[in-house]
Design a protein around this ligand. Structure first.
Ligand code: C5P
Length: 237
């Protein structure tokens, strides 16, 4: 493969998180990185502040949008919300797998082929105590992650969100027919910030991640385009 193809491949795997309080700052970054980033992630903060208009504005630059709303509601409502996101043109969308099979199946049924539906298993901010206090008595976090991943796979969900440290166990359990997207990655030169157990982008890909979600190592860098280029270079070498 020549270097341009390699670059394309690395580029296609990196999702940049637009964790901003308002659309102006987000769009400044999108324009700064135009043509280099294939997918931008819009999460609860920015979507709540800026609404569907920010999705349209990012899409208008030619980039794809990953809408990270972590849907969790009754099956009918989740199905309708998936349909609304599809109509907006988003290309990746998250649901909480703890909503159960009926909710997951409603989401899958409403999901068109060009929208990758992603299941969130156990948030990395949760621990065994969180499971216990919410009534999950007999499961470790690791077991609960695998259990929810199996639910997702049975229902036909296209991908999973996972910590890089869950990658190997997940691949062993669900195989390679499902995409895995990992946040919590940090190049060796970047600060860990509040992420507790990080892994480098290269290592995460080697362990089976299909996509990486990267925020502050790029967005908080004084030269985001240079930081991104450095990450691509590390993925290629
Ligand atoms: O700035 P940073 O690279 O830590 O951003 C990571 C992104 O991935 C943020 O949007 C964060 O909300 C999201 N995320 C995460 N850990 C999870 C799930 C999502 O960091 N377990």
């Amino acid at each position: 493969m020549n270097s341009e193809n390699l670059d394309k491949e690395a580029r296609a795997r990196v999702v940049i998180a637009l964790d901003y309080p308002e659309p102006g700052l987000a769009l400044d970054l999108v324009h700064d990185l135009a043509g280099r980033v294939a997918i931008f992630k819009i999460g609860l903060q920015l979507y709540t502040a800026a609404g569907p208009e920010i999705v349209r504005a990012v899409t208008a630059t030619g980039a794809k949008v990953f809408l990270d709303l972590k849907l969790h509601d009754i099956p009918n409502t989740v199905g309708k919300a998936v349909g609304a996101a599809a109509a907006l043109g988003v290309r990746m969308l998250t649901i909480h797998l703890s909503g159960g099979s009926r909710m997951i199946e409603a989401a899958v049924a409403a999901c068109p082929a060009d929208l990758l539906l992603l299941g969130v298993t156990v948030l990395t901010s949760s621990n065994e105590e969180t499971l216990r206090e919410t009534g999950i008595e007999n499961s470790s976090v690791a077991d609960q992650v695998l259990r929810l991943a199996e639910l997702a796979q049975r229902a036909g969900v296209g991908g999973l969100i996972a910590s890089p440290h869950e990658l190997e166990a997940l691949r062993e359990r669900v195989g390679h027919g499902i995409k895995i997207i990992t946040p919590g990655v940090r190049p060796s030169w970047a600060a860990a910030n509040d992420q507790q157990r990080v892994m480098t982008p290269r290592e995460a890909i080697a362990r089976g991640a299909d996509y990486l979600v990267i925020g502050r190592p790029v967005t908080a860098h004084e030269e985001p385009a240079a930081a991104l280029q450095k990450i691509f270079a590390e993925l290629e070498n």
